[in-house]
Write a protein that binds this ligand. Structure first.
Ligand code: PNS
Length: 164
C-alpha cells in the first residue's frame, strides 16, 4: 500500500458486529488511517439511527489508534475521494457474498479507477455473522453472546426486547 494510505471501510453497520470488528483490526494493519463509513442513504429500514450506529462504533473502536468513524450519503467513491482515501475495504464471508461485492467493486472502479477495492476474509469464527441474523436471533430469544461487542448487545436487548 502507498505511503500515508487512507482506507475506507463502508457499510450499514446496523449494528456493528464482531465480524466487522475483526475486519477493522485486519484493515488497519494495511493502511495508515482507516475510516469506518456508515451509509446514511435512508431507503433501507434500519433498526438504529445513523447517530446511534456511529455512537456504537465509536465506543467499540475507541482504543484503536488511527481508526475513525464517519457517516456518508451519496456515492461511496465520492466520499472516499473527498476523504483522500485510495482503498475501499470490504469483507467476504462465503461465496454468496462474492457476486454482489464484485458488482459493487467493478462499478466503483468504473466511477473512480484510482480507488482500489481490497477484499479481506474475516476469521472463520465470523463466517456466519451478519447484522441481519444477529437481530433475528435476539428478537426470538436466541443467544448472541460473542457475536457482537457487549455494549451493542445491551443496546440490541433494549431496542428489541425492551430490557432496561
Ligand atoms: O454493509 P452493507 O449494507 O453491505 O454496505 C453496502 C454499502 C454501504 C457499501 C453500499 O451500499 C454503498 O456503497 N452504498 C453507497 C451508494 C453507492 O456508492 N452505490 C454504488 C455502489 S456500486
Amino acid at each position: 500500500m502507498p505511503h500515508n494510505c487512507i482506507g475506507i471501510y463502508p457499510g450499514s453497520f446496523d449494528p456493528i458486529t464482531n465480524g466487522h470488528l475483526d475486519l477493522v483490526e485486519r484493515g488497519i494493519r494495511l493502511v495508515d488511517r482507516l475510516i469506518i463509513a456508515i451509509l446514511s442513504n435512508d431507503q433501507k429500514e434500519a433498526l438504529f439511527s445513523v447517530d446511534e450506529r456511529m455512537a456504537m462504533v465509536r465506543e467499540v473502536v475507541a482504543d484503536m489508534p488511527n481508526v475513525e468513524v464517519a457517516s456518508f450519503h451519496g456515492l461511496l467513491v465520492d466520499f472516499a475521494a473527498q476523504q483522500k482515501a485510495t482503498v475501499i475495504i470490504r469483507g467476504i464471508r462465503a461465496v454468496s457474498d462474492y457476486e454482489y461485492e464484485l458488482q459493487m467493486a467493478l462499478m466503483n472502479r468504473r466511477l473512480r479507477p484510482e480507488i482500489e477495492t481490497v477484499f479481506l476474509m474475516a476469521g472463520e469464527a465470523h463466517s456466519f455473522t451478519s447484522s441481519r441474523l444477529v437481530k433475528e436471533v435476539i428478537r426470538f430469544g436466541g443467544n448472541i453472546s460473542g457475536l457482537v461487542p457487549r455494549p451493542v448487545e445491551v443496546r440490541l436487548r433494549r431496542r428489541l426486547l425492551g430490557e432496561p
